[in-house]
Every structure is written in C-alpha cells, then in structure tokens.
Design a protein around this ligand. Structure first.
Ligand code: NAD
Ligand code: 89V
Length: 338
C-alpha cells in the first residue's frame, strides 16, 4: 500500500515513524507548504517526491491513501481534493471547524466509495484498550457512571504554539479525545452540560472544561480536562478513569495502574511500551499512533469501516460543538440540536 502525507509539522513526525513500522506500507510522497519542514522530513524519512502544493501531488498520483496531518483549517479542502483523486483518507483531529464542513467531508468520501478515518488515537492507547476490554467482558457488569479525567500543567504551547492563539482551546484540541474515550466506554450521548474557565492569562481560549454527558444507555459520564492543574505526579498525557458498574468498579490511576474491584481486587500495571522512536512522556500517545494507523491498514485490507470513521467522528465533533454551546448558554444541550 502506497501513501502520501500532507503536513510535516510537529505531530506528523510520529505518523511518519509509525508508517515505517507497518509492514506493507510505503510513504512515497510528502507535502508541506513550508519547504524547510518538507525537506527536513523528506530527508529524515527518505522520501524523494516532495510537494509544496497538495493539488500538484494529487495530479501526479501514484498512491492509494493520504494521511492529512495539517491543522484543522485546511482539513475540508484537503479531504475533498483527496476524495476527488479517489484515494483512501486519514485526517487528523479536530475533524473540521464546524459540523457542516465535517458532514461535507464524510459525503465526499462516501460518494467515491473511499475510506475516511479520523486520526482519533486516544481510545487506541493501550491502557485505555486494557480498560475497554475489561468493561466489554462484563466483569464489572453494566456501567452506569464514569469519569474520564485529563488534568495537567504540562507546557503544550512550546511544541504547538497555535494552541495558545485560538478562541477555542481545550475542548476542541484535547477534550475531543477525552469525549471520544467516553463514547468508546458508554456509547453515544443524548445531552451534555459544561462549564469552562481560562486560568492561564497568556492564551486566548479556555484551558479548563468540565462536562457531564447523559448516554443513550442511561449512563452518566463526567469528562473533565485541565491544562491549568499544577500537581504531583504530573500525569501528562494520561487519561484517568473511574467506572462504576452494577457488579464492581474499575479505576485507571496515575502511573497506568488499573484496578478492578468486584468481589476481590486486582491491580495491574498497564504502562504502554516505549517504542524505539518514542520519548517519555509522549510514548503513550506515540504508541497509539502506530496502533490506529495499523487499524486503518487492516480495515482497508479487510473491507471494514474503521472504528473512528468520518461518520463515527461526526458524533464526537458534535459533542465538542454542544459542549461549547452548553458552556456559553449555561444550559444542557441536546445532541439532536447540533
Ligand atoms: P503543525 O503546525 O506543527 O504542522 C502542520 C503542518 O501542516 C505545517 O508544517 C504546515 O505548514 C502544514 N500545512 C498546513 N496547511 C497545509 C496545506 N494546505 N498544504 C500543505 N501543508 C500544510 O501542527 P501539528 O502540531 O503537527 O498538528 C497537526 C494536527 O495534528 C492538528 O490538527 C492537531 O490537532 C493534531 N494533533 C493530533 C495529536 C494526536 O494525538 N492525535 C497530537 C498533536 C496534534
Ligand atoms: O493530542 C493532542 O491532540 C495534543 C495534545 C496532547 C497537546 O492535546 O494536541
């Protein structure tokens, strides 16, 4: 399978490393508007075909899929051009700047019968997968309450300066992952309430968000996110879990410690492996990049839809939009209205 990557910035380096680890995949072309970044990645990963213009790269073709690793403002145009070129597509989160764009992107891929997967990797982190397997096995019975929590004081702005600039920050960039984890455990939501705060005076958007979701199956989940939390241990980038089920509870605590209490108690270290190209503390995220990209390849090869397909991710993006509406209006928002 031959691929092309658009966007050779901060996070794409992980995607390029992961592609190198996947059997049967070769990245044959790279694109970035910034020639310096393009050439740095081209040299580092030995990719000769390099473009500063995505349209030109698609005109010349010669690849089966494209991996779009640019920031959100370019996603719709790039997905549409990729669909027109008839290739399978991976697009980084956040999917789009609004629901109308995201729906148009899903339609574009469906019209040409190509796979569109969102690079929504947090649910693929191995500690989260370990917890999901236990919940799905029925060990703790029917889950009726959950808390998915991401609280940190880690400086994300030095690596990703654009995160300090936007009017929206934590729900759109990080909360989107944590809301998606909640969907993976409890299914789709019917309504959401939310509060937001900006604690860091040097950024434009909110850096604290607390959300409460009601799920179709009757479960309630609390999704809380903060980049203003100074505490020890610093848990970046761990998502912590507390899940109550009818037969017991599950907790994923700091340091990747997974505890299951039913009649007895078991504690397991579910720390992610440190891949040869990964660095702590990012290794948890980096491993999930490899896992989700492998999932994309497996889905294409077997004709399945990826778990985080474009159509699926519309529901995660709708939660983001609804959370902002709920926080602005001080009310509970029904997902049917988004
Ligand atoms: P970045 O700004 O470092 O890199 C983006 C690159 O895309 C830049 O080099 C830019 O020149 C290029 N680019 C933008 N528009 C383009 C276009 N139309 N054609 C060609 N090149 C174009 O950003 P980043 O931090 O790497 O983030 C990229 C995306 O990855 C964002 O959407 C971000 O939210 C996401 N991200 C995801 C995760 C994750 O765990 N899934 C982690 C970090 C970032
Ligand atoms: O995963 C992400 O989307 C990153 C970060 C962990 C910094 O929020 O942007």
């Amino acid at each position: 399978m031959k691929g092309a990557v658009i966007g050779c910035g901060f996070f794409a380096q992980n995607q390029l490393e992961a592609w190198r680890d996947i059997d049967g995949v070769e990245i044959v072309a790279l694109c970035d508007q910034d020639a310096e970044r393009l050439n740095a990645s081209g040299s580092a990963f030995g990719v000769e075909r390099r473009y500063t213009d995505a349209a030109k790269m698609f005109d010349e073709g010669g690849f089966d899929f494209v991996d779009i690793a640019t920031t959100v403002g370019s996603h719709r145009a790039l997905v549409e051009i990729a669909a027109k070129a008839g290739v399978h597509i991976i697009c980084q989160k956040p999917f789009a700047e609004n629901m109308a764009d995201a729906r148009a992107m899903v339609n574009a891929a469906q019209t040409v019968g190509k796979t569109l997967m969102l690079h929504e990797n947090f649910r693929w982190q191995s500690p989260i997968q370990a917890a999901l397997n236990i919940v799905k096995s029925g060990t703790i019975g029917e889950p009726f309450f959950g808390r998915v929590s991401f609280r940190s004081g880690y400086d994300v702005f030095s690596g990703q300066p654009y995160l300090a600039e936007g009017k929206r920050f934590i729900i759109e960039d990080l909360g989107i992952h944590i809301l998606d984890i909640s969907r993976a455990f409890f299914g789709d939501a019917t309504q959401i309430a939310a509060t937001t705060r900006r604690i860091n005076p040097n950024i434009n958007g909110e850096d604290v968000a607390t959300m409460m979701l009601t799920h179709e199956n009757g479960a309630t989940s609390v999704v809380d996110c903060s980049y203003a939390t100074q505490r020890t241990p610093e848990t970046f980038p761990q998502s912590l879990l507390e899940i109550d089920g009818t037969l017991g509870t599950l907790r994923l605590d700091a340091g990747y410690q997974l505890t299951v209490q039913t009649e007895g108690e078991t504690q397991t270290d579910v720390s992610p492996p440190l891949l040869p190209w990964a660095q702590k503390p990012w290794h948890n995220i980096q491993e999930s990049v490899l896992t989700i990209q492998q999932h994309f390849v497996d889905c294409i090869n077997s004709g399945r839809q990826p778990e985080t397909s474009g159509a699926d991710n519309l529901k995660t993006l709708a939660l983001v939009e609804a959370a902002y509406m709920a926080a602005e209006q001080g009310c509970t928002v029904s997902l049917a209205d988004v």
